[in-house]
Write a new protein. Structure first.
Length: 382
């Protein structure tokens, strides 16, 4: 599980909507109310837009209203410069996505885009309102070998999860020999078609997916309800109380697309996938910050379903802790040093045949890394 230490990853003003500048920016964003620019210091506004990573949104809306931050012309120019940088970065990423997607298309692969890239060009008013650092897509499991070859032909690769049909591309891409292992990718895999959890299989995500229409290349977009549930699971998987502004904003834009029938599907999928508590928590977070209309019967339905369900983080902490405490206690209770040594060797250095059969003929350290990760997954999603 990834626990980011960056204040920008989890940052929302400590006072939330009680913070006048934060409330004012949201009021301007959704209702075009200009009071924040009369009542707040321009530098304070600039700093807040940076922390929330919404320079592009605010600048575009200001320009549309013909506002130039009366007493802060220099600040407005800084905001403009940073907004254009974000737009340029988004354009670069779109170009990279287009290049890769065209190659996938020529190879007979039609990927399904999820999260950042997909949401940027579908639910946001402007694609540069949604910044993203990585590219996330799912590819049919039987096609992953072809996809790997396409990536290698481009000189790039994903990290550790190609064989599970899930890709997470690092920002700007890096050469094959310069890609570190990513804990995030392990997290993403647990949310995509893993036997221990199986939130949504590839077939489930594609059965009611729609073709992308914003770009000139073919790709699929998940149904908004499934996309919303996936985004909620991704957020809670990183941290049970992650209030990353961008991720909550994703949820808000998806929720605002829902019809009455879609809300019924939210309750249905949440129950069948046993994630009602997670979805309820995410909806509460969204409702606290954004002008999202969430039917009360939906909230009540999720509350009834979520009474006995644990969050993934709680499952991990309880099961993982009890397992290793049990092993530790058993080790201390064993009579004689020889038995303790054999027990320790059994858990740290199993026989070579066992390792080869279960973890392939990789190097010693790679085998043990795989073994450790598999053990974590087993007890995380048991």
């Amino acid at each position: 599980m990834t626990l980011s230490q960056s204040p920008h990853e989890f940052w929302i003003p400590e006072k939330g909507l009680k913070d006048p500048c934060f409330r004012g920016l949201l009021d301007f964003w959704f209702h075009r109310n200009l009071n924040v620019f009369d009542n707040s210091n321009p530098k304070e506004i600039l700093e807040l837009t940076r922390k929330l990573n919404i320079q592009s949104v605010i600048y575009r809306l200001l320009r549309k209203r013909g506002v130039s931050l009366a007493n802060g012309q220099k600040t407005f120019q800084i905001l403009r410069k940073e907004a254009l940088q974000i737009a340029g970065a988004c354009a670069y990423r779109h170009h990279t996505i287009e290049m890769l997607s065209n190659r996938f298309d020529r190879a007979g692969i039609k990927p399904i885009w999820i999260k950042g890239p997909s949401l940027a060009c579908t639910v946001y008013p402007h694609s540069d309102w949604r910044t993203y650092k990585d590219f996330d897509l799912l590819i049919a499991p039987e096609d992953w070998n072809v996809a790997v070859q396409v990536m290698e032909d481009c000189g790039y690769s994903s990290t550790t999860c190609l064989n599970w049909g899930f890709f997470s591309f690092e920002k700007s891409f890096r050469p094959l020999d310069d890609i570190p292992e990513s804990v995030d990718v392990e997290l993403h895999c647990r949310l995509s078609n893993r036997p221990q959890l199986c939130v949504f299989s590839f077939d489930e995500l594609t059965e009611d997916a729609t073709d992308g229409s914003s770009f000139s290349f073919p790709f699929l977009i998940p149904h908004p309800v499934k996309h919303f549930i996936f985004v909620c699971l991704h957020r809670i998987g990183h941290h049970p109380h992650d209030r990353r502004f961008t991720w909550l904003m994703d949820m808000m834009y998806l929720v605002n697309q829902f019809s009455d029938n879609d809300w019924d599907k939210v309750i249905e999928f949440s129950k069948s996938k046993k994630v009602s508590k997670i979805i309820l928590q995410s909806l509460i977070e969204v409702k606290d910050i954004f002008p999202a209309t969430i039917p009360s019967d939906v909230m009540n339905g999720l509350k009834k379903q979520s009474v006995s369900q644990l969050e993934p983080s709680e499952v991990f902490l309880t099961m993982h802790r009890s397992k290793w405490i049990d092993l530790w206690n058993r080790w201390w209770e064993m009579p004689g040093a020889l038995k303790k040594i054999k027990y320790l060797l059994h858990w740290t250095i199993p026989p070579g045949k066992y390792m080869d059969e279960n973890f392939g003929k990789n190097s010693f350290l790679v085998q043990h890394k795989d073994r450790f990760l598999r053990a974590l997954k087993k007890y995380f999603w048991k």
